[in-house]
Design a protein around this ligand. Structure first.
Ligand SMILES: Cc1cc2nc3c(=O)[nH]c(=O)nc-3n(C[C@H](O)[C@H](O)[C@H](O)COP(=O)(O)OP(=O)(O)OC[C@H]3O[C@@H](n4cnc5c(N)ncnc54)[C@H](O)[C@@H]3O)c2cc1C
Length: 287
């Protein structure tokens, strides 16, 4: 199918892009990698009047590490992040999760800003942002604001971004030493969206678990952390029984929908098993 008619601006500068967004508001969609937007337009699931192409805003394509943070520009391609030594050093959870994201041609075009703004509930990067405690930097003609990942994902394909805002940067706290991590998922085929995915982070203090983070994709209308499962592990002795208990709690805490790929019961089973395995793997990596 072909998309409905639309007008088009190729942004030549940040100021121009923000002005177009301010003027067009709800009428307008930002075109980044086009890997989600274009199929949705072709299927007539969305029909923006206007497209704002930001691919010329190359100043938004970067990865840096400074001030104790990994900073990623909104237009940075998945492939850049997957292969980045800086990402591997400062957010190894992201590097591991990229082993599950899409296929090379999609990763070569798709961007982290587009991925997070699209807010697919099965997206691995949303779970990574939650587990890592990322902060989104949104810019409009009115200025800049920061949104915690925990407040960013509001529902299926819905975020806290206003229609006139551009996601310009994502900041991940630099990975602290002595913390283990793991990302695991089950998907129908390699490179497909997750049926269920889990991002786990774990530290140890005096032999007990601390700073436990368990974030999930594919378990509901948005990626989410499961606080009950985290609290069950926090302060406990890191062993198989504790990690299995956390898995049971996670499986019970979610209320997933069924679809073509999996019914709710299977998703609960996956959350239970993947939580246990991810915690075991994260524990084994604590230096
Ligand atoms: C075959 C296939 C397999 C895939 N598999 C996976 C997978 O396993 N896991 C996964 O997570 N994703 C997967 N994807 C999606 C892919 O990761 C996309 O890159 C991503 O979802 C959207 O990024 P994009 O840059 O292409 O954004 P676009 O498609 O250009 O835009 C998506 C949405 O975000 C908005 N937007 C874009 N950039 C910004 C910005 N900077 N600020 C504010 N709003 C913005 C757009 O207006 C639009 O609403 C797959 C896609 C395909 C086609």
């Amino acid at each position: 199918m072909k998309p409905p008619p639309f007008s088009y601006t190729k942004a030549e500068s940040m100021a121009q892009a923000l002005t177009v967004l301010a003027e067009r508001g709800d009428d307008c969609k930002i075109l980044a990698g086009g890997q989600s937007l274009v199929p949705m337009m072709n299927l007539r699931l969305t029909y923006p009047q206007h497209l704002l192409d930001i691919n010329g805003l190359t100043m938004l394509d970067y990865v840096t590490a400074e001030d104790g943070q990994l900073k990623v520009g909104g237009l940075t391609r998945h492939s850049t992040l997957k292969n980045s030594a800086l990402v591997a050093e400062h957010c190894p959870l992201m590097t591991e999760a990229y082993g599950y994201v899409a296929h090379k041609p999609v990763r070569n075009r798709g961007t982290i800003g587009g991925n997070l703004s699209h807010a697919d509930p099965s997206s691995e990067m949303s779970a990574v942002a939650l587990a890592a405690g990322a902060v989104m930097v949104a810019r409009s003609t009115g200025g800049e604001r920061q949104i915690e990942a925990a407040d960013f994902f509001l529902g299926t394909l819905e975020t806290a971004l206003a229609p006139d805002e551009l996601l310009v940067e994502i900041r991940y706290p630099a990975w602290p030493g002595g913390r283990g991590w793991s990302f695991l998922e089950v998907s129908p085929r390699k490179g497909d969206f997750a049926i269920v995915g889990v991002a786990a982070c774990l530290g140890l203090k005096d032999g007990a678990c601390e700073t436990v983070r368990l974030a999930y994709c594919g378990v509901g209308d948005r990626a989410r952390r499961i606080g009950e499962a985290e609290q069950a592990v926090e302060g406990g002795k890191p062993d198989q029984a504790l990690f299995a208990k956390a898995g049971e709690i996670a499986g019970r805490a979610i209320d997933p929908q069924g679809d073509y790929h999996a019914d709710p019961e299977y998703r609960r089973d996956l959350a239970t098993t993947l939580t246990r395995r991810a915690l075991i793997a994260a524990h084994s990596r604590i230096a």
